[in-house]
Ligand binder design. Sequence first.
Ligand code: PLP
Length: 352
Amino acid sequence: MPRSVLDTVIAHLELEARIGGYEAAAAAHDRLEAVYDSAARLLNCRPTEIALFDNATRAFNAVLYAIPFSPGDRILTGRAEYASNYMAYLHLARTTGARIVVVPDDDQGQIDVDELAFRIDGRAKLIALTHVPTSGGLVNPAEDVGRLARESRVPFLLDACQSVGQMPIDVSEIGCDFLSTTGRKFLRGPRGTGFLYVNGEWIERLHPPFLDLGGAEWTSLDSYQFRQDARRFETWEAAHALRLGLGRAIDYALDLGLDDIWARVRELAESLRAHLVAIAGVTQHDRGEKLCGIVTFSVAGVAAEVSLVEDTRLDLEERGLDRIVRASVHYYNTEEEISRLCELIDVLARGR
Ligand SMILES: *Cc1c(COP(=O)(O)O)cnc(C)c1O
């Protein structure tokens, strides 16, 4: 976390300790509201299309479990799915009778958009896809999927946990209806934060799977009304200090500029990959036409444990990989650090 993110979190906790949680919330009201503006600016959407969560998994599930699946409905997904996402599809398949359709990769290792198009029919209820998997430097062609989703009028949920904060993300360019992401990864925000984008046209059509007095209003003894914005998916109680920290982290990234961050990340990742492939015994595993700041590799004969097959089973099992070392460069890294890392790996690789 940048120092200013940490300071923001601590300052609000101290305020809560001094004047109490409700008074502190009132004092921070405008800054808490501004977190929605910052998230909206980051994703290029409206603040009313943003909901804040305690992690990305809850954000993703808020939409997934709001979709009324019937027996035979299809969830179309890719091979790079994160474990929690795929287990949620499995659970929904078991409880609703929906079917999971895993779209094959193309020869570059990214979702094959023609194969996806081929599988879209009247039973396709949702396209749910991971943008950048936890297990590699791949960037799935989200814009192509978005175009197809729009044309075929199938809603599209994008898990952008590993892409938000390392590259510019524009939900209108991507054409997704929903996007979930986390604060704790490339955004450099505090743990325990995540957020969701819900396209304005979808908000009133989706009923949150859970409701409470934050997402809805108890209007009479036997009625209630959902909020009209994306916050209908939220619960009332939240860690305000962390939300403010998330807002600070987003502003920090926006101030640096996502284009500049992305250029720097790609430059460093390319450098790291070039250094790694030059080391005897090291195999580089990133796939895809477009590569990002996640660099995965394995060192023959050296036991290291980072990304496991259980994290992205469809992807790693097919590639015959049980575990791979994952390095993630960010813009604040230096070429010296890359050289140091590679020297160390070189020593390890020779020592086998
Ligand atoms: C980390 C990660 C998640 C989960 O994010 P949390 O904020 O920990 O819930 C989901 N999908 C992908 C691709 C991830 O890398």
